[in-house]
Design a protein around this ligand. Structure first.
Ligand code: SF4
Length: 431
């Protein structure tokens, strides 16, 4: 189940083709995304938990680009009939490509895939490598959401993290330019708590960032993402930022002068808060997520990208390393899964977020009796009071603030279920 094995490219492409042909109770619930990964940044920030490495030789991205475009072309054929709900260029730093290469990547990928009417196409941009030319390319190829990664504006914190400061004037100009070019949503990303950040400096970061004219600001919680500095580093001064609730209070206060508030939509998320005036443009139906409470089919492209095909497979492109010399520069590793495991995951992901799961929603996707399925498979959590039932939903009595802890918990629970007698599965109606 959780062991990562090599998966031949043909097998992966075959699964995407099969996914399109197959029918299950209510396929329309599955949201589809294309995710394009750039595995490089100009330098590696100490707090970064993403798959990226510093680009040692500027401009040396030709092999990366060739491999990515080959992969996109091959995948496009396998997913020809799918309309995706989102296209997301992330990383790493997509804007690390020079203008010509950036345009080639965005245009080639965009022309390979069909997008649905509700789709949002996002490109992450680093304020230090984004340029008007790259914004024009993005807009010309249908990008309607740009996300500028600022993270913090506190010099001391940036120094500890080894990250270059974003130039505020230049960032504000990029926001104005992007809006002028017709980008629907310009977002900026902030991150907390970081070592060296105090309540005062965090408040100042939020306040200064509020003056940049963006549509939304997304605050990611470093602790909730499971990556922590040592307690020593976090307590480097007496006024170190406290827990998520306190951070949320300061964030709200820092936004006051700009008139922005935290959106209702984001109160359902565990790892971030979104504030601004465009919640309808990036919400639960079209927000890119690799692991979601709702079914997703994510087609990842590029070295180190991950893909998550509902009911079939989870895999990662581990790149050229270990690939045969005559290969096309990618090697997939992953594990196969089935609809039964997706049903388990749906329950577990609702537990992660401490959110109730309506019986009717579960049943319309899987065709199983929700209460019967949960009773047959999660008895140990019901006995401990972590799961209960109302008349219409499964109620979840825990919530995970730490992604790594949740991953370990979920792995253990699934191992217990998979090693138990098959009658659990039969009772669920899964076979
Ligand atoms: S720029 Fe972003 S992706 Fe790159 S190392 Fe820093 S935090 Fe990570």
């Amino acid at each position: 189940m959780l062991r990562l094995d090599p998966l031949p490219t043909n097998e992966i492409l075959g699964m995407w083709k099969e996914f399109q042909r197959e029918e299950f109770p209510d396929k329309k619930h599955v949201r589809g995304f294309v995710y394009v990964h750039t595995p490089y940044c100009s330098s590696k920030c100490k707090f970064c938990m993403y798959e990226s490495e510093p680009l040692l030789k500027k401009g040396d991205l030709s092999a990366e680009k060739r491999d990515l475009l080959n992969e996109a072309l091959e995948a496009a054929e396998a997913v020809e009939g799918i309309e995706f709900d989102g296209l997301y260029f992330g990383g790493g730093t997509p804007t690390i490509y020079e203008e010509g290469d950036f345009d080639d990547v965005v245009s080639a990928v965009r022309s390979c895939f069909k997008l649905s009417g509700r789709a949002v196409s996002t490109c992450e941009m680093n304020p230090n490598s984004a340029t008007p030319g790259k914004i024009i390319s993005a807009v010309e190829h249908g990008i309607n959401r740009i996300s500028l990664g600022i993270q913090t504006l506190t010099p001391k914190v940036l120094e500890i993290a080894g990250r270059q400061e974003a130039d505020l004037k230049q960032t504000a100009e990029l926001v104005v330019f992007a809006k002028k070019c017709g980008v629907s949503v310009v977002n900026i990303d902030l991150l907390a708590p970081l070592p060296g950040e105090t309540e005062k400096s965090f408040y100042e970061t939020v306040e200064k960032a509020s003056g940049l004219g963006f549509d939304t600001v997304t605050l990611y919680c470093l602790q909730n993402l499971g990556l922590k500095y040592s307690p020593f580093e976090m307590a480097m001064n007496e006024e170190a930022l406290g827990g998520w609730d306190r951070i949320k209070e300061i964030f709200t206060k820092g936004l006051e002068r700009s008139g922005r508030t935290i959106s209702k939509e984001s109160s359902k998320l565990t790892t971030c808060l979104i504030a601004g005036n465009s919640e309808n443009l990036y919400n639960e139906s079209n927000r890119y997520e690799l692991h979601s409470r709702n079914p997703v089919a994510v087609l990842g492209l590029g070295r180190n990208s991950c893909s998550n095909l509902f009911g079939k497979v989870f895999y990662k492109n581990s790149g050229r390393d270990g690939a045969a010399l005559d290969s096309v520069g990618r090697r997939y590793i992953g594990y196969r899964k089935d609809i039964f495991e997706e049903a388990l995951d749906m329950i577990l992901l609702h537990l992660r977020d401490g959110v109730g799961l309506p019986f009717q929603h579960f049943e319309s996707i899987f065709g199983y009796d929700a209460e019967g399925f949960v009773r047959a498979n999660f008895g140990m959590l019901i006995d401990r009071g972590f799961i209960s039932f109302s008349s219409s939903s499964v109620e979840c009595g825990i919530k995970f603030a730490d992604a790594l802890k949740f991953f370990e918990f979920s792995k253990t629970i699934k191992q217990l279920i998979f090693s138990s007698k098959p009658r659990n599965r039969l009772k669920s109606g899964a076979e």
